[in-house]
Design a protein around this ligand. Sequence first.
Ligand code: THG
Length: 296
Amino acid sequence: MLLIGESLNVMGKTIGAALKARDAKPIQDEALLQKEKGMDYIDINLGPSKKDGVELMPWVVQTVQEVVPDVPLVLDTSNIDAIEAGLKVYKETPQPPLINSIMCRPERYEKMVPIAAEYNADFIALMWGPEGLPRDENERAALCVELVYYANEAGIANEKIWVDGVVTPVNVQQDQVEPMMKFYDMLQDFAPGAKSTCGLSNISNGVPAHLRPILNQTYMVMLERSGMYSVISDPLDDVLTDIAKGRRQDIVDIINKTTDNEQPPISELSKEMADYVKTVEVILGRKLYSDSWLEL
Ligand code: THG
């Protein structure tokens, strides 16, 4: 599983202030930390960045590339001109830069696909359509086919398209989990060779901070089984990174066994493993979500 670090983020306290002040040091420290933590890509998340994105994005790209020139970057803002300005100054990395993201809305993708083509960038295809969030796997598939077809016509191969089905928080929408997995299960049928990604931490948005890691970790393992290629994740979650890099087969096994209803009784498991069993059941909607799901 490839990892994209999420925490170079305008919403963060330290990073937000550093971006505003054009203070390079905290941003370079964050980039170095993410590399040390094993992130394969770094997401530069500037939010809407309407006012100064065109000036800010190239500054951040250059600031980060000064210290980690070999780490490919993800340009994350809804400001299209800011994305293009970032790509203009981007110094070649072993993998191409990744545009985050292109929505399945003609007025967006007609502008952005040509930019991806011109700069040879990969892009995240966000399954967010003219009517917002799709309701199920079939609506996601229909949106995906439309955008992939348009990109192919512009000369972009499926291998350069990273499909994001849009993860929603489990505590408000438990019923979106299954459609997501079904969508990724069939992705290769209608977009052969396409890559995939998602904002993993969205699943635990609004959940008490100490409970977020186990939800994120469990959901990542479940998505990997449906072919997920990469996730945007918290670089400070060392267990998540260990799982992603194949160092925690014990956790993968208990999660997959629980998905298949073949887990041992809770009483025979360590507290650590029992917690993963309970978390799978909440994510799959076998148990109703509540913040105290691990105590039940
Ligand atoms: N898909 C795509 N891109 C995305 C998302 C997605 N980019 C943004 C987001 N979703 C993924 N990135 C984050 C970044 C931070 C958090 C969640 C997702 C997060 N941060 C903590 C919080 O808000 O509590 C800490 C913030 C801080 O640093 O203080 O949860 O879905 N393509």
